[in-house]
Design a protein around this ligand. Sequence first.
Ligand code: ATP
Ligand code: PAU
Length: 403
Amino acid sequence: MDTNKPGLRHSQISEEIIEQVERQLAEPPSLWLNLTGAQILEEEGQDSKDIVLPNNRSQVTHIAIDIGGSLAKILYYVRDTTSPSSSSSEVHENVSDRGGRLSFVKFETSKIDDCIQLMKQLIQDHARESRRKPVTVMATGGGAYKFYDRMSEELNVEVIREDEMECLIKGLNYLVSCIPGEVFMLNPETCEMAFEEQFHDEKYPHMLVNIGSGVSILKVTGPSKFERIGGSSLGGGTLWGLLSLLTHASSYDEMLELSKKGDNAAVDMLVGDIYGENVGYERFGLKDSTIASSFGKVFRENKRLDEFLPEDIARSLLLAISNNIGQIAYLHAQKHNVKNIYFGGSFIRNHVQTMHTLTYAIKFWSNQTMNAYFLRHEGYLGVFGAFLKYARAESNVPVPPIS
Ligand SMILES: Nc1ncnc2c1ncn2[C@@H]1O[C@H](COP(=O)(O)OP(=O)(O)OP(=O)(O)O)[C@@H](O)[C@H]1O
Ligand SMILES: CC(C)(CO)[C@@H](O)C(=O)NCCC(=O)O
């Protein structure tokens, strides 16, 4: 393990591995649930631009939504007639016992109209069969309160609100315990993913660092026992907002793409910029290539914004925010005596550089004693938790029990 302090200018990650990992994590896969188990369905994911609505053999029976400050995440449950292991033409007779598919879609919260429209369509398709029980919508996140009246009126169904932190923890604990292949670690040297069935003996306590618009840090001591031990307003919304001011990128993914090509040393002040090239402050583990001050070089360069490369700015800001969150996470874990840290929230977007920075920070500061874990459905913990609360109460949704 490299002993350099986090915040190094470059990380030696092979392009090939980055591509490999990011291809594998491109979009959150659908899940299949039935009474005896749950699994990830490895197939093309969906984005709001190419949503495939269920066909008429299937029924959307449950919808959950998590409306945050930046993104609204929808999950819909389709009681399907085909099992994942059968060919698409094979139809099972006893449909109600077969289980069903959970699909995940996200929208920008600013496009809440489109989001409500999608739910409306799913509900209307379901309602065509008058004998069916009406769909109930489970809503969480701040928007469950902000848009409650609108959703109730426009959807014309019961909307049940659930606390966002409770939902996050329910979703996390279920995904970790019940979905094989959901949780992974990143090798801090090579960035290869490591999937293991059992990462650690002690299930509790663990910590969730949820990086959404802002950051919430939760200590979890039991399946539904947790406390919010910290937070930070420097989160995903900060990166998204500042990069939309400072670069021409029009989407979050474009910003992440830019950051891959940048050299943050063009804007960050490195230890070597202060001590002299090839001279560091080794006595305290500060190499010449360590970032001494994020964006610290900008002022003395005396250049206009358009004279800096957007790629360099994107990389610098992503590193600054990820390092800061990694360090706060470590400090909270140390203070609360927690070894295993799960990182969630859409900020991560399964982006290798971000996961690497977080992993590196945790490993370095804890002297290798703490672990950083990531999840394939990182941005969907809350919406999944909201669904589980309802599914549990409803006997007709086959959800395998938590192990
Ligand atoms: N397609 C995207 N568009 C915009 N932001 C994205 C996208 N994908 C990932 N992000 C990042 O994810 C962040 C939002 O994460 P998430 O959905 O977990 O939080 P939220 O629920 O909106 O926020 P909060 O919980 O703080 O209310 C954004 O601020 C941005 O940094
Ligand atoms: C306000 C919430 C909880 C909304 O999800 C989130 O954005 C957050 O945790 N923000 C950080 C607030 C703080 O602790 O400084």
